[in-house]
Design a protein around this ligand. Structure first.
Ligand SMILES: [Zn+2]
Length: 147
């Protein structure tokens, strides 16, 4: 919110000098942008938001967004999937080929960002995490500590 004020609201005030315009921007930051960032963070860092993970609507958005990361031409409006429905960009499932490459959502959630199979193909070599090492060895993946 501080960054939004500095980079968006203050320049908008300087450019327009209109209270209604700046108030509209502030409302959009609070009603749309802030929830978008928080829900997106919860999707990518699931262990940091356990209460959100239990919500039915969140699980739907989680799957919806996972499909978007596999095929970026679909599910482009993840916080308001109604737009995907209206514009014909909604996808509810992955193909067998996509599942073979990327795995199901549950597998992706259990894999820390940057250490999944596809990420390893493009990522620079780096130190192995205990989770990745255990998974690659075929062992039990240890639970990550909750922050
Ligand atoms: Zn994302």
């Amino acid at each position: 919110m501080v960054l939004g004020t500095a980079l968006i609201l203050w320049p908008a005030w300087l450019a327009t000098g209109r209270v209604a315009f700046v108030a509209g921007l502030l409302a959009s930051l609070v009603v749309v942008s802030d929830p978008f960032v928080r829900v997106h963070d919860a999707i990518h860092y699931p262990r940091e938001f356990p209460w959100l993970q239990r919500q039915g609507w969140f699980r739907f958005l989680d799957q919806h967004h996972y499909i978007h990361h596999v095929d970026t031409s679909v599910n482009v409006n993840f916080l308001l999937p109604l737009a995907d429905l209206l514009f014909g960009t909604m996808r509810r499932t992955l193909t067998e080929e996509e599942l073979a490459v990327h795995g199901p959502l549950e597998e992706a959630k259990a894999t820390p960002v940057g250490t999944s199979g596809p990420a390893r193909l493009v990522a620079r070599p780096r130190a192995r995490t205990p989770v990745a090492a255990a998974r690659d060895a075929g062992g039990v993946v240890p639970a990550l500590p909750v922050a």
